[in-house]
Design a protein around this ligand. Structure first.
Ligand code: SF4
Ligand code: SF4
Length: 290
Protein backbone atom coordinates (compact mmCIF):
# COMPACT_ATOMS: atom_id res chain seq x y z
CA UNK A 1 0.00 0.00 0.00
CA UNK A 2 1.15 3.51 -0.87
CA UNK A 3 0.22 6.15 1.70
CA UNK A 4 0.35 9.78 0.66
CA UNK A 5 -0.15 13.02 2.57
CA UNK A 6 -0.91 16.25 0.73
CA UNK A 7 -0.08 19.65 2.22
CA UNK A 8 -1.66 22.64 0.55
CA UNK A 9 -3.55 25.80 1.19
CA UNK A 10 -7.28 26.28 0.93
CA UNK A 11 -8.15 26.89 -2.73
CA UNK A 12 -5.13 25.17 -4.29
CA UNK A 13 -6.85 21.84 -4.76
CA UNK A 14 -5.02 19.42 -2.43
CA UNK A 15 -8.28 17.59 -1.76
CA UNK A 16 -9.07 17.31 -5.48
CA UNK A 17 -5.58 15.95 -6.19
CA UNK A 18 -6.14 13.10 -3.75
CA UNK A 19 -9.63 12.41 -5.10
CA UNK A 20 -8.57 12.34 -8.76
CA UNK A 21 -5.85 9.79 -8.09
CA UNK A 22 -8.11 7.67 -5.87
CA UNK A 23 -10.85 7.59 -8.52
CA UNK A 24 -8.36 6.78 -11.27
CA UNK A 25 -6.85 3.97 -9.17
CA UNK A 26 -10.28 2.49 -8.50
CA UNK A 27 -11.08 2.54 -12.22
CA UNK A 28 -7.82 0.65 -12.77
CA UNK A 29 -9.05 -2.08 -10.44
CA UNK A 30 -6.99 -1.02 -7.43
CA UNK A 31 -8.24 -0.17 -3.94
CA UNK A 32 -8.04 3.46 -2.89
CA UNK A 33 -9.34 5.98 -0.39
CA UNK A 34 -8.94 9.73 -0.06
CA UNK A 35 -9.82 11.99 2.87
CA UNK A 36 -9.62 15.73 3.34
CA UNK A 37 -8.65 17.15 6.71
CA UNK A 38 -9.21 20.76 7.58
CA UNK A 39 -10.90 23.00 10.10
CA UNK A 40 -12.86 26.17 9.51
CA UNK A 41 -10.14 27.83 7.46
CA UNK A 42 -10.74 29.99 4.47
CA UNK A 43 -8.81 30.28 1.24
CA UNK A 44 -5.09 30.26 1.90
CA UNK A 45 -5.08 28.42 5.22
CA UNK A 46 -3.04 25.20 5.49
CA UNK A 47 -5.07 22.09 4.64
CA UNK A 48 -4.30 18.38 4.46
CA UNK A 49 -5.55 15.49 2.38
CA UNK A 50 -4.69 11.83 2.65
CA UNK A 51 -4.60 9.16 -0.03
CA UNK A 52 -4.08 5.42 0.06
CA UNK A 53 -3.69 3.20 -2.99
CA UNK A 54 -3.31 -0.55 -2.70
CA UNK A 55 -3.61 -3.80 -4.58
CA UNK A 56 -5.43 -5.23 -1.55
CA UNK A 57 -8.53 -4.02 0.30
CA UNK A 58 -7.71 -1.13 2.67
CA UNK A 59 -8.99 -1.65 6.20
CA UNK A 60 -7.43 1.37 7.90
CA UNK A 61 -9.54 4.55 8.07
CA UNK A 62 -7.17 6.88 9.90
CA UNK A 63 -5.02 9.85 8.95
CA UNK A 64 -1.71 9.10 7.26
CA UNK A 65 0.97 9.53 9.93
CA UNK A 66 3.88 7.72 8.24
CA UNK A 67 3.54 8.48 4.55
CA UNK A 68 5.52 6.91 1.72
CA UNK A 69 5.02 10.15 -0.20
CA UNK A 70 4.38 13.75 0.83
CA UNK A 71 3.07 16.21 -1.76
CA UNK A 72 3.47 19.92 -0.98
CA UNK A 73 1.39 22.24 -3.15
CA UNK A 74 2.77 25.47 -1.67
CA UNK A 75 6.40 25.74 -0.61
CA UNK A 76 5.76 28.56 1.87
CA UNK A 77 4.51 25.74 4.13
CA UNK A 78 8.01 24.27 4.48
CA UNK A 79 9.07 27.39 6.38
CA UNK A 80 6.38 27.03 9.04
CA UNK A 81 5.36 23.37 9.21
CA UNK A 82 7.38 20.17 9.42
CA UNK A 83 5.85 18.75 6.25
CA UNK A 84 8.27 15.80 6.28
CA UNK A 85 7.05 14.67 9.70
CA UNK A 86 6.78 10.87 9.62
CA UNK A 87 7.86 10.65 5.97
CA UNK A 88 9.76 7.41 5.45
CA UNK A 89 13.51 7.84 4.90
CA UNK A 90 13.25 6.01 1.56
CA UNK A 91 10.10 7.92 0.68
CA UNK A 92 9.43 10.71 -1.78
CA UNK A 93 8.77 14.43 -1.39
CA UNK A 94 6.98 16.07 -4.33
CA UNK A 95 7.01 19.83 -4.06
CA UNK A 96 5.81 22.86 -5.95
CA UNK A 97 8.74 25.20 -5.52
CA UNK A 98 11.10 27.67 -7.11
CA UNK A 99 13.56 27.09 -4.27
CA UNK A 100 16.82 25.18 -4.71
CA UNK A 101 17.22 21.55 -3.67
CA UNK A 102 19.51 22.71 -0.82
CA UNK A 103 16.90 25.05 0.65
CA UNK A 104 14.16 22.43 0.35
CA UNK A 105 16.35 19.87 2.14
CA UNK A 106 17.41 22.40 4.79
CA UNK A 107 13.84 23.45 5.56
CA UNK A 108 12.33 19.96 5.48
CA UNK A 109 15.29 18.01 6.89
CA UNK A 110 14.42 15.32 4.32
CA UNK A 111 17.24 13.29 2.78
CA UNK A 112 15.19 11.06 0.47
CA UNK A 113 14.14 11.45 -3.15
CA UNK A 114 12.70 14.84 -4.07
CA UNK A 115 10.66 15.79 -7.11
CA UNK A 116 10.48 19.54 -7.71
CA UNK A 117 8.08 21.27 -10.07
CA UNK A 118 7.31 24.94 -10.68
CA UNK A 119 3.62 24.15 -10.61
CA UNK A 120 2.35 27.68 -10.06
CA UNK A 121 4.01 28.86 -13.28
CA UNK A 122 2.49 25.97 -15.25
CA UNK A 123 -0.96 26.48 -13.69
CA UNK A 124 -0.94 30.17 -14.59
CA UNK A 125 0.21 29.40 -18.16
CA UNK A 126 -2.27 26.59 -18.79
CA UNK A 127 -5.25 27.47 -16.58
CA UNK A 128 -4.82 31.17 -15.84
CA UNK A 129 -5.46 30.57 -12.11
CA UNK A 130 -3.10 29.56 -9.27
CA UNK A 131 -4.72 26.17 -8.74
CA UNK A 132 -1.88 23.67 -8.77
CA UNK A 133 -3.70 20.39 -8.16
CA UNK A 134 -3.50 18.88 -11.63
CA UNK A 135 0.08 20.02 -12.16
CA UNK A 136 1.06 18.38 -8.89
CA UNK A 137 -0.61 15.15 -10.02
CA UNK A 138 1.61 15.23 -13.13
CA UNK A 139 4.72 15.63 -10.96
CA UNK A 140 3.60 12.91 -8.56
CA UNK A 141 3.00 10.46 -11.40
CA UNK A 142 6.39 11.26 -12.94
CA UNK A 143 8.23 10.65 -9.66
CA UNK A 144 6.25 7.69 -8.33
CA UNK A 145 4.40 6.04 -11.22
CA UNK A 146 1.52 5.54 -8.81
CA UNK A 147 -0.92 5.43 -11.74
CA UNK A 148 -0.39 5.86 -15.49
CA UNK A 149 -0.60 9.42 -16.82
CA UNK A 150 -3.47 8.44 -19.16
CA UNK A 151 -5.55 7.22 -16.22
CA UNK A 152 -5.29 10.65 -14.55
CA UNK A 153 -6.10 12.40 -17.82
CA UNK A 154 -9.22 10.24 -18.18
CA UNK A 155 -10.37 11.29 -14.70
CA UNK A 156 -10.04 14.95 -15.63
CA UNK A 157 -12.51 14.42 -18.45
CA UNK A 158 -15.00 12.94 -15.93
CA UNK A 159 -14.54 15.80 -13.50
CA UNK A 160 -14.42 18.92 -15.68
CA UNK A 161 -16.25 20.24 -18.74
CA UNK A 162 -14.41 19.44 -22.01
CA UNK A 163 -12.66 22.82 -22.29
CA UNK A 164 -11.46 22.82 -18.69
CA UNK A 165 -10.52 19.14 -18.87
CA UNK A 166 -8.32 19.86 -21.88
CA UNK A 167 -6.57 22.76 -20.12
CA UNK A 168 -5.98 20.61 -17.02
CA UNK A 169 -4.74 17.70 -19.14
CA UNK A 170 -2.23 20.07 -20.78
CA UNK A 171 -1.06 21.28 -17.34
CA UNK A 172 -0.78 17.69 -16.14
CA UNK A 173 1.35 16.64 -19.12
CA UNK A 174 3.53 19.74 -18.96
CA UNK A 175 4.20 19.10 -15.27
CA UNK A 176 4.99 15.44 -16.00
CA UNK A 177 7.58 16.54 -18.55
CA UNK A 178 9.06 19.38 -16.46
CA UNK A 179 9.53 17.70 -13.08
CA UNK A 180 13.10 17.59 -11.79
CA UNK A 181 14.06 14.58 -9.69
CA UNK A 182 16.81 14.80 -7.06
CA UNK A 183 18.40 11.60 -5.78
CA UNK A 184 18.60 11.03 -1.99
CA UNK A 185 21.27 13.00 -0.13
CA UNK A 186 22.60 12.55 3.38
CA UNK A 187 21.22 15.06 5.89
CA UNK A 188 23.03 15.55 9.19
CA UNK A 189 21.25 14.71 12.42
CA UNK A 190 21.48 18.40 13.37
CA UNK A 191 19.78 19.37 10.11
CA UNK A 192 16.93 16.93 10.72
CA UNK A 193 16.53 18.15 14.28
CA UNK A 194 16.35 21.81 13.21
CA UNK A 195 13.62 21.07 10.66
CA UNK A 196 11.65 18.97 13.14
CA UNK A 197 11.40 21.94 15.51
CA UNK A 198 8.68 23.48 13.37
CA UNK A 199 5.00 22.89 14.01
CA UNK A 200 4.00 19.45 12.79
CA UNK A 201 1.10 18.79 10.47
CA UNK A 202 -0.81 17.61 13.56
CA UNK A 203 -0.47 21.05 15.15
CA UNK A 204 -2.63 22.57 12.44
CA UNK A 205 -5.44 20.16 13.29
CA UNK A 206 -8.26 20.19 14.10
CA UNK A 207 -8.81 23.90 13.75
CA UNK A 208 -7.30 26.95 12.16
CA UNK A 209 -3.73 28.08 12.70
CA UNK A 210 -4.90 31.38 14.18
CA UNK A 211 -6.74 30.44 17.33
CA UNK A 212 -5.22 32.04 20.41
CA UNK A 213 -5.77 35.59 21.72
CA UNK A 214 -3.59 37.97 19.74
CA UNK A 215 -3.01 35.25 17.15
CA UNK A 216 -4.25 37.28 14.22
CA UNK A 217 -1.62 39.91 14.98
CA UNK A 218 1.16 37.36 15.43
CA UNK A 219 0.35 35.32 12.30
CA UNK A 220 1.02 37.30 9.17
CA UNK A 221 -1.51 35.59 6.94
CA UNK A 222 -0.08 37.35 3.89
CA UNK A 223 2.20 34.29 3.73
CA UNK A 224 -0.84 32.27 2.67
CA UNK A 225 -1.07 34.19 -0.58
CA UNK A 226 -0.29 32.65 -3.95
CA UNK A 227 -1.42 35.67 -5.94
CA UNK A 228 -1.56 39.31 -5.00
CA UNK A 229 -3.61 42.39 -5.87
CA UNK A 230 -1.76 45.04 -7.86
CA UNK A 231 -3.34 48.49 -7.67
CA UNK A 232 -3.48 51.00 -10.53
CA UNK A 233 -4.18 54.33 -8.85
CA UNK A 234 -4.72 56.05 -12.20
CA UNK A 235 -7.82 53.94 -12.86
CA UNK A 236 -9.21 54.14 -9.31
CA UNK A 237 -12.47 56.11 -8.99
CA UNK A 238 -12.25 56.14 -5.16
CA UNK A 239 -15.56 54.28 -4.78
CA UNK A 240 -14.29 52.31 -1.76
CA UNK A 241 -15.95 49.03 -2.80
CA UNK A 242 -12.71 47.06 -2.46
CA UNK A 243 -12.45 48.27 1.14
CA UNK A 244 -16.02 47.13 1.83
CA UNK A 245 -15.61 43.68 0.28
CA UNK A 246 -12.13 42.67 1.50
CA UNK A 247 -12.84 39.81 3.95
CA UNK A 248 -9.54 40.33 5.74
CA UNK A 249 -9.69 44.09 6.31
CA UNK A 250 -6.45 44.30 4.35
CA UNK A 251 -7.49 47.45 2.50
CA UNK A 252 -7.57 50.90 4.06
CA UNK A 253 -8.84 54.19 2.66
CA UNK A 254 -6.36 57.01 2.72
CA UNK A 255 -7.16 60.63 3.56
CA UNK A 256 -7.22 61.41 -0.18
CA UNK A 257 -9.73 58.51 -0.66
CA UNK A 258 -7.35 56.32 -2.65
CA UNK A 259 -6.69 52.90 -1.11
CA UNK A 260 -3.73 51.07 0.43
CA UNK A 261 -3.20 47.32 0.63
CA UNK A 262 -1.75 45.66 3.70
CA UNK A 263 0.33 42.85 2.25
CA UNK A 264 1.10 41.45 5.71
CA UNK A 265 -2.50 40.24 5.88
CA UNK A 266 -3.85 40.18 2.31
CA UNK A 267 -4.50 36.50 1.50
CA UNK A 268 -4.84 37.02 -2.23
CA UNK A 269 -8.46 35.93 -2.47
CA UNK A 270 -9.04 38.26 -5.44
CA UNK A 271 -12.42 39.53 -4.23
CA UNK A 272 -11.28 43.17 -4.40
CA UNK A 273 -10.28 42.72 -8.06
CA UNK A 274 -13.62 41.06 -8.85
CA UNK A 275 -15.61 43.83 -7.18
CA UNK A 276 -13.66 46.83 -8.47
CA UNK A 277 -15.88 48.51 -11.10
CA UNK A 278 -12.95 50.45 -12.57
CA UNK A 279 -10.60 47.50 -13.19
CA UNK A 280 -8.09 49.27 -11.00
CA UNK A 281 -6.99 46.03 -9.30
CA UNK A 282 -5.36 43.11 -11.12
CA UNK A 283 -4.37 39.81 -9.52
CA UNK A 284 -0.83 38.69 -10.28
CA UNK A 285 0.96 35.50 -9.36
CA UNK A 286 3.37 35.79 -6.46
CA UNK A 287 3.51 36.42 -2.75
CA UNK A 288 5.56 39.55 -2.55
CA UNK A 289 5.22 43.12 -3.69
CA UNK A 290 7.65 43.67 -6.55
S1 SF4 B 1 -6.96 40.01 -2.48
FE1 SF4 B 1 -8.05 41.91 -2.05
S2 SF4 B 1 -9.96 41.27 -1.05
FE2 SF4 B 1 -8.55 39.53 -0.94
S3 SF4 B 1 -7.48 39.74 1.03
FE3 SF4 B 1 -6.20 40.78 -0.50
S4 SF4 B 1 -6.83 42.90 -0.44
FE4 SF4 B 1 -8.45 41.73 0.58
S1 SF4 C 1 -12.96 49.27 -5.88
FE1 SF4 C 1 -11.53 49.93 -7.46
S2 SF4 C 1 -12.19 51.98 -8.00
FE2 SF4 C 1 -13.15 51.50 -6.04
S3 SF4 C 1 -11.67 52.28 -4.52
FE3 SF4 C 1 -11.16 50.16 -4.84
S4 SF4 C 1 -9.56 50.24 -6.42
FE4 SF4 C 1 -10.59 52.22 -6.44
Amino acid sequence: MQEIRFHGRGGQGAVTSAEVIAEAAIELGLWAQSMPSFGPERRGAPVLAYLRVSKEPIRIRAEVAKPDIVVVLDDSLIFTIDVASGLKADGLLVINSTQSEDIIRKETGFGGKIARIEALKIAMECLGVPITNTTMIGALIKASGIIPLEAAQKQLSHRFNPKLAEKNATALKKAFESTTIYAPKKISAAGKKAAAKKATWRDILPGALVENPGGSKANLTGDWRSQMPVYDKEKCSKCGLCYVFCPDAAITIRDDKYVDFNYDYCKGCGICAMECPADAIAMEAGKKKK
